[in-house]
Design a protein around this ligand. Structure first.
Ligand SMILES: CC(C)(COP(=O)(O)OP(=O)(O)OC[C@H]1O[C@@H](n2cnc3c(N)ncnc32)[C@H](O)[C@@H]1OP(=O)(O)O)[C@@H](O)C(=O)NCCC(=O)NCCS
Length: 176
């Protein structure tokens, strides 16, 4: 029995959130507590199989500065499918649900892609950001050159110049 659950963080119980967190620690060798915290406070897509969480992705709201505007971004976090359950459409199903929300509720979508996942997002219509990225830190705008080439956007209502500057809001851990 496979089920796709869509729920806000507030409507998931401790066990479900714990299972999602454990899945991401299993999927990503470099997973950190701030990474998990970044995935909270928005809407989660969970794939359940026989009572176990085998897929997770979430969308949270952030502000991205671009073209003189503070755009309302649906930022995708914590996308992972258990290794032995990949290639069965779970990743696509989770992303389809989150992309619908992004298109209807946000100015654009954005995410920082892992090395091997860029083509997964590109095939779904996400576009690689070509211009310089930066973060709005307590010390001001700081370049995040190490993130250049990994940030993807899902264009929505906001006009975007993919070769322009894109600046994210501040948070603990990885900014993007
Ligand atoms: C990326 C990931 C979430 C995809 O999940 P999945 O359930 O295997 O994906 P699906 O089965 O829904 O695949 C959908 C399509 O994407 C393709 N695809 C899957 N993973 C891909 C990848 N890493 N790169 C390119 N294409 C990929 C599939 O071949 C399939 O193509 P098709 O529609 O032409 O058949 C999963 O591979 C994963 O957890 N990877 C490790 C963690 C990771 O990199 N997460 C992304 C962090 S930004």
């Amino acid at each position: 029995m496979i089920e796709l659950q869509i729920a806000h963080t507030a409507d998931l119980d401790t066990a479900a959130l714990g299972a999602a967190r454990a899945l991401l620690y299993d999927v990503f060798d470099d997973m950190t507590d701030p990474d998990w915290e970044h995935a909270l406070g928005g809407v989660h897509a969970l794939v359940w199989e026989s009572g176990e969480v085998v897929g997770h992705a979430s969308v949270i709201q952030r502000r991205l500065l671009h073209g003189g505007r503070a755009l309302r971004a649906g930022y995708v976090e914590g996308v992972g499918v258990r290794a032995d359950r990949r290639g069965r459409g779970h990743g696509a199903a989770m992303m389809q649900a989150l992309e619908r929300m992004i298109r209807r509720a946000y100015d654009l979508g954005a995410l920082g892609a892992a090395d091997a996942a860029g083509d997964f997002y590109a095939a779904r219509g996400w576009q690689l950001w070509q211009g310089p990225t930066s973060a709005l830190t307590p010390e001001g705008v700081v370049r995040t050159a190490e993130e250049d080439g990994y940030i993807y956007v899902l264009p929505g209502s906001a006009p975007l110049d993919l070769s322009g500057e894109l600046t994210c809001d501040w948070r603990d851990g990885d900014c993007w």
